[in-house]
Design a protein around this ligand. Structure first.
Ligand SMILES: [Zn+2]
Length: 108
């Protein structure tokens, strides 16, 4: 009888230990995967918000912080776009669209 109890006890201890080490490993793995998710996003970004003068994509109104896929140099300004289509649309009517661009409130 006592042998059986100690057997169960051992089993519980082993289970607890396994659960503990398991959860700490998954936590570490999650931390690791979080950083790996963030890293390629930074690396793959061809253009950064700091490179452009506009605050929002003038064609679709999306903030440039959401991601810049293409840029255009126009009237000594660098304008960032979320996609090539947005850039193309802008270029079709550039002078008019340029006037409506929201610029960053940055004084150089
Ligand atoms: Zn866009």
């Amino acid at each position: 009888m006592s042998k059986k109890i100690s057997f169960y006890f051992m089993g519980i201890v082993v289970l607890l230990f396994a659960a503990c080490s398991n959860s700490s490993t998954t936590q570490k793995q999650q931390e690791k995967s979080n950083t790996t998710i963030l890293m390629p996003k930074k690396d793959s970004a061809k253009y950064t918000v700091a490179m452009v003068d506009n605050k929002k994509d003038p064609t679709c109104g999306m903030p440039v912080i959401a991601g810049i896929e293409d840029t255009v140099h126009y009237k000594k300004k660098v304008i960032g776009f979320c996609s090539k289509e947005c850039k193309n649309d802008f270029m079709k009517n550039a002078s008019k669209a340029f006037a409506s661009i929201e610029w960053k409130n940055k004084t150089k």
